[in-house]
Design a protein around this ligand. Sequence first.
Ligand code: ATP
Ligand code: MG
Length: 387
Amino acid sequence: MFDIKSLFSKKKDQLDVSPAVTAKSKENGAAPKQASKYRVALQSIASFNLKDLFPGKKQFVGLDIGSSSLKLVEIIGSKGSYSMNRFLTVPLSKGIIVDGAVVDIDALAEELSHFFNNSGCMKKSIVTSLSGHSVIIKKATFPTMDAHELQETIRDEASKYLPFDNMNDVIIVAAKKEIIEGYTEAIELLKLSLAIMDVDSFALETMYQENYEYEEKDVVVIANIGASITILNVVRNAASIFTRDFSLGGNMITEAIQSQYGVPFEEAEKIKLNGPEGDEYVKEEFFRTTLLFLADPLCSEIERSIDYFRSTYSDEDIKMILLAGGGANIPGVANDLSQRMGVSVEITNPFRTISYNRKIMNDDYIKEIAPIAAVGVGLALRKLGDK
Ligand SMILES: Nc1ncnc2c1ncn2[C@@H]1O[C@H](COP(=O)(O)OP(=O)(O)OP(=O)(O)O)[C@@H](O)[C@H]1O
Ligand SMILES: [Mg+2]
């Protein structure tokens, strides 16, 4: 069992604990049954006005602040009839977000301001997320209690009250205050309010819960390959049982192209997406073999993480791997991972149950943005106090 004291002991004043809490009923040590889930915001910012909420209607906008791009997702409607009425993305200059932390708050605020003001989005309450090594995700066990009490108890270093017969499995998420503040300050500079600070891996889980059918025993690996970070969240019955992330992503391939072709990063990024100049054969070869060859370290690391999961959770049988993030679009990666792992691999579609205007967004466009929008969709689906 995870000892909560280890989280508090050294750096108590740097940590904001009890942010995203997922509690699963586990009576008398029995296997978790129907998950009673609480997910509490990392930080709820005071400027949020409850009067702005209409019952059952979505009022938040999901803002995925990735290291290579910003993505905004707006979803309207209520459960069973969600509709995505806005998806926007713009590149983010390199060096603003590094290793999951905001390095330049003013630059982020400025880029967010352009992005948001041109988005046409009227909603002023944001749901965004953290990811990477700045976030600690640990499992712990606590007595059954309501979400508020649980949050208080975690803050009070509840381990001294353990053990009890009637226990909850809790996922504790902690992040350094200065990391959270980097994002909150940038958003506040825009005069927007931050309703929920989520975590990328849980946003993927929310997206999965909404879009995929699953049974209690179904174990699915959701792997998000971003520009600088790859995140794995293994869910069982749509609840996280294992997470892992590592600092490898699409940038690694761009950097390899950069040195191979002797071009700047931006140029290498263009070659990665459009292929090198030259005849069609050269281009075909590039997309058929070169990219996949350059992606090998990334695929190997995903394979290693899944091998580790399999050896640690030997009773669990992986049903499928869902790929998200821009890296999911690397030609051949899904197939390569499927062969390595002997499991079916699909590219995530966060719009399986969410409708959109087909006159504006055709199938090709949706196919291209689907994995990139996965985190943003999970964020846009959040409601205050829903989990
Ligand atoms: N069609 C494609 N082929 C290859 N790579 C692609 C493709 N589309 C996007 N990518 C890569 O995906 C990455 C961007 O993905 P994404 O938008 O998920 O990252 P991010 O959220 O900005 O980064 P992070 O989550 O690591 O902070 C870039 O490295 C980009 O080159
Ligand atoms: Mg990302």
